[in-house]
Design a protein around this ligand. Structure first.
Ligand code: AHR
Length: 510
C-alpha cells in the first residue's frame, strides 16, 4: 500500500530571512587525526600536499563552499598558546594535548598554516581564543599579530615570520565551553571574563571582529540569559563601539545514551535510529528556546546565536584511540545533518552560524582518511552538505503543511518522519526533503506558489541499509544519484521519497 501523500505549500514569492551561509560552517580541532593526518601531513609526506596541507582534502572540501572554519578547538583552544605555533617549525616548543589522548603536540600546524588552509579552502577564519589558561594580553596580542597593519611589536613579529600583509579575521571566539573544559566557571563569572577579554580584542585597521561568547551546554538557558544580561548592563545589545561580544554560542550534540556508552556508529537497531532522530529534532526546540531568551533582551535580533558545535557522537571505532573520537558515518548521520539544516533554515532570523563537529576524521566528519594508506573517503554527511550548498545566502521560504507531517511515537515524544525546507536564490528554488521512516517510502505533494515552475533537477541520497557507509574499497555506497521519483501533478510536483532518504529538488522559477 502506498503511503498517503503529505501536502506542502511553498510561497516562492514571499521570501523570508536570508539563510546565513555561515550555518554551513565547519570545525577543525587539534584532536586525533583532524589536523595531523587529516588536513596536514607535512611537506615531506608522500601524500600530495601544498606546504604540508593535503591537496585531495582541500579539493573535496572546496566543493562544499565551506564559509568558515573554526580552529584550534574546542577544549584544545583553552590550553593552546598561539606563540608556540609560529616561527621555524623545528624551534616551536611542543606541548601535551591533555584533553585529547594525552599525545604530544609539536605545534607544526599553527597560525600561519591555519590561515594558509583557510585561503586554500576559500573559507573565512573563525579563531577561538584561550580564556581558560590564557591571558587577556595573550589574546590581544594574537588579534594584533593577525590583523594589524603598519608597524607594531606584533606586526614586526608577523613580518619576521614571513607574512607582510595583515589577514582578515572576521570571527573570534572568547573561550570555549567555559562551563566545563574551558575553565569550569559559573555563568556569572564567565560573563564578566567574556566582557573583559572581548574589550581587548580590538578592531585593528579595517578588520571588524565578530566576537562570539562561549555559550551554553545544550539546554542551559540560564547561561544564555546571564550572557544577555551582562551585555545589556553595558548599555545595549548588538555591535558596541566599546567592543563587547556580538554573538553567543551554544553546543548541542545528538547523543543517545550515557556519555560513557553512546552506542556504535555502525551497529544499531531501528529503535536506536529513531531515538537519534528524535535527538536531532530537539535542536528545533533548543534553538527556539535560546532565541526566546535572547528576544527578551534583544527583540531586534542584533545579537547572533551561533551553534558552533553540533552533530552525532558515537563510541569510537573499535581499536582506535578513545581520545581521538574517530567514528564511522552512515546514512543515519546523513539524516541527522539534513534535518539539522531544515531546522537552521527555519531559524534564519537569529541563527547566524553553525559548525559541525568536525570536518575530518573526528566525530561527524565530512572526510575520513585511512591512517595507513592515506586513502580518502567522502562520508554520507559530506554529500548532504554538498547537496544543500545552494541554500547558502538564499532567502528562506516558509513551508506550510496544512494536514500536518506524518509522525511516529519515539519514547515520550512524537517524531515527524518527513522533514523539509526551501529557499530561493538566483532564479532557483531549492527544496530539501528527508524521509526519516526507516522502512517505508513517503510521498510529498509540493504546491509551489507565486512562481512559474520550469525545469526540475532531483537528486537522492540513500542506501540499502540505514547503516550504509563508504569505505576506501566501496567509496560510493552512499552517494547522490539522479532521482526519477518526481512527477508534475497539475501545478505542483509529486515527490516520492525512498525509505531513509534525503532528496533535493532544484527548481528553475520565473
Ligand atoms: O568536538 C569535540 C569536543 O566537544 C570539543 O573539543 C568540545 O568543545 C566539546 O565538548
Amino acid at each position: 500500500m502506498s503511503a498517503p501523500a503529505t501536502r506542502a505549500i511553498i510561497n516562492a514569492d514571499v521570501p523570508g530571512p536570508v539563510i546565513n551561509r555561515h550555518v554551513y560552517g565547519h570545525f577543525a580541532e587539534h584532536l586525533g587525526r583532524c589536523i595531523y593526518g587529516g588536513f596536514y601531513v607535512g611537506e615531506d609526506s608522500e601524500i600530495p600536499n601544498e606546504r604540508g596541507i593535503r591537496r585531495d582534502v582541500v579539493e573535496a572540501l572546496r566543493a562544499l563552499k565551506i564559509p568558515n572554519l573554526r580552529w584550534p578547538g574546542g577544549c584544545f583552544a583553552d590550553e593552546y598558546h598561539w606563540m608556540d605555533g609560529i616561527g621555524p617549525k623545528d624551534e616551536r616548543p611542543a606541548m601535551v594535548n591533555t584533553h585529547w589522548g594525552n599525545v604530544e603536540e609539536n605545534n607544526h600546524f599553527g597560525t600561519h598554516e591555519f590561515m594558509d588552509l583557510c585561503e586554500m579552502l576559500g573559507a573565512e577564519p573563525y579563531i577561538n581564543g584561550n580564556v581558560g589558561s590564557g591571558t587577556v594580553r595573550e589574546m590581544a596580542d594574537w588579534v594584533e599579530y593577525l590583523t594589524r597593519d603598519g608597524d607594531s611589536p606584533m606586526v614586526r613579529l608577523r613580518k619576521q615570520n614571513g607574512r607582510e600583509e595583515p589577514w582578515t579575521v572576521p570571527f573570534w571566539g572568547i573561550g570555549n565551553e567555559a562551563w566545563g573544559c574551558g575553565g569550569n566557571m559559573s555563568a556569572q563569572h564567565y560573563a564578566e571574563e567574556a566582557r573583559r577579554y572581548a574589550t581587548y580584542c580590538r578592531d585593528h585597521g579595517d578588520n571588524r571582529l565578530y566576537r562570539i561568547a562561549a555559550g551554553a551546554n545544550s539546554d542551559d538557558y540560564v547561561w544564555t540569559e546571564t550572557l544577555m544580561k551582562a551585555l545589556n548592563e553595558l548599555g545595549g545589545c548588538g555591535r558596541d563601539p566599546r567592543g563587547i561580544y556580538q554573538a553567543i554560542s551554544v553546543h548541542y550534540y545528538s547523543v543517545v545514551g550515557p556519555w560513557h556508552d553512546k552506542g556504535s556508529a555502525l551497529e544499531f537497531t531501528e529503535d536506536d535510529y529513531y531515538a537519534t532522530m528524535a535527538k536531532a529534532a530537539f535542536a528545533d526546540d533548543l534553538l527556539r528556546r535560546h532565541s526566546t531568551v535572547m528576544d527578551n533582551y534583544d527583540p531586534d535580533k542584533k545579537v547572533g546565536l551561533v551553534l558552533d558545535e553540533w552533530g552525532t557522537w558515537w563510541n569510537v571505532e573499535p581499536g582506535t584511540n578513545p581520545g581521538f573520537l574517530y567514528q564511522q558515518n552512515t546514512m543515519r548521520d546523513a539524516l541527522v545533518a539534513s534535518t539539522h539544516f531544515d531546522i537552521f533554515h527555519r531559524h534564519a532570523d537569529r541563527l547566524v552560524m553553525a559548525n559541525i563537529a568536525q570536518t575530518v576524521n573526528v566525530l561527524q566528519a565530512m572526510i575520513l582518511t585511512d591512517p595507513d594508506s592515506g586513502a580518502l573517503v567522502l562520508t554520507p554527511t559530506y554529500h548532504v552538505f554538498e547537496m544543500n550548498s545552494g541554500h547558502q545566502d538564499a532567502a528562506s521560504l516558509r513551508v506550510d503543511v496544512p494536514g500536518g507531517l506524518p509522525e511516529r511515537e519515539v519514547g515520550e515524544t512524537s517524531l515527524a518522519t518527513v522533514s523539509l525546507s526551501a529557499s530561493r536564490k538566483d532564479g532557483t528554488v531549492l527544496v530539501s526533503l528527508s524521509n526519516l521512516d526507516a522502512g517505508e517510502p513517503a510521498v510529498v505533494d509540493l504546491d509551489l506558489r507565486g512562481c512559474q515552475v520550469g525545469s526540475v533537477r532531483a537528486r537522492a541520497l540513500t542506501a540499502p541499509e540505514l547503516a550504509g557507509h563508504n569505505t576506501p574499497q566501496a567509496p560510493d555506497t552512499v552517494a547522490p544519484r539522479a532521482h526519477e521519483g518526481v512527477t508534475r501533478s497539475g501545478d505542483g510536483l509529486r515527490v516520492e521519497l525512498p525509505a531513509h532518504s534525503f532528496v533535493t529538488l532544484s527548481v528553475d522559477v520565473d
